[in-house]
Design a protein around this ligand. Sequence first.
Ligand SMILES: *Cc1c(COP(=O)(O)O)cnc(C)c1O
Length: 420
Amino acid sequence: MKLASIQAAEKKLLLNTYQRTPVLFVGGSGVTLRDEQGDEYLDLLSGIGVSALGYAHPAVEAAIAAQSKRLLHTSNLFYHEHTAELALRLTEISGLDRVFFCNSGTEAWEAALKLARAHAALLRAEGKKVGTRFLAVEQSFHGRTMGAVATTHKQKYREPFEPVMGGVEFVRFDDVADLRAKFSDEVCAICIEAVQGEGGVRPVSKEFIAAARELCDSTGALLLADEIQSGLGRTGEWFAYQHYGILPDITTLAKPMANGLPMGAMLCTEEAARAFTPGMHGSTFGGGPLVCAVAIAVIDTMKQTDLLAHVRDVGGYFKQQLEWLQSRHDCIVAVRGMGLMLGIELDSEELAKNAASEMMKQHIIVNRTSETVLRFLPPYILERAHVDRAIAALDGILTTQPLNSAAMAGRAPAGEETHG
Ligand SMILES: *Cc1c(COP(=O)(O)O)cnc(C)c1O
């Protein structure tokens, strides 16, 4: 068995940043992952919302194969064939005007923070009164780099690295009065996730987003919507903000963009884009030919197969089944989410841990976030039959709870500490 020797080597060689579940995956297809013994797992997490078209998707494989024979890298000093093609698609589906490409979620968010600061400086130079402060929301998660952790609420992600970027104040989730009280012309941007992911799968209210939009409009501050997890179809619309009938000034994308290849993007309005001039921001790898070719294949496949409608259909069914489970089990205190970004909040951390590890024993991958929330971020190609299997398994597990937690010891569930 390779797993044991790999575990031992990693323990010695890698930084101690992850608590991995002891499984060695070697392959997969569709919504199924395969371990070294050939055992199959139903994946309801897709690598934290990344493998949206599932594993071994023919369109993704074809795009990688074709581009790998042509060109992998040019740097941003030159043109290549796919940048504009992809940017056109992203502007069409988002309603925004311009795109900056990078390699991960946190980098996209960092670009958004920098653009917001630069835009406010531009407005000041034009005689307007807009400050440099950010408002972010409690329970938010925006990434791991210094600016991103500064706008991330959870203390454990931020405090060890202080001093982080200054000038950030947190607003209580969904509290319009708190938002209004903390907003002023000192603020250059309001940071939101239309549906908080890491924070426990929490869709924000229409009133809160509308108030944020209105406050920003009143001064020229920018509304920043982090769609790194919720974007590109995850909630059944291309962007979660589209459920709310608003347009942010800036949005960020990453996780599902290139179906597993690292890629991020920041999209913005023409007005915000004015603030960046050549040399102010950039990336060596960002928007390279390979990832762009794959991202185009992802978007085109989603359009050709009407995958948004499928996400709404299967996601709606999944949520309805979770609500049915809730009616059977008092330990489920909430069912939340949209499309295939769903979560159930359980009444104890212990139960959530046990439920996730019991699911793993039954070869169904789910994730626990925010201590008590089981999170589901399956591939978009999930079918109702997969939902039925997961619901039956959860029903059985919650029926036999409370489990003996000692028996569970040593078996960490997937994403014991999540980072997405
Ligand atoms: C995952 C995530 C990030 C960070 O993305 P990385 O690619 O891990 O840097 C930022 N914001 C949200 C909402 C996320 O879900």
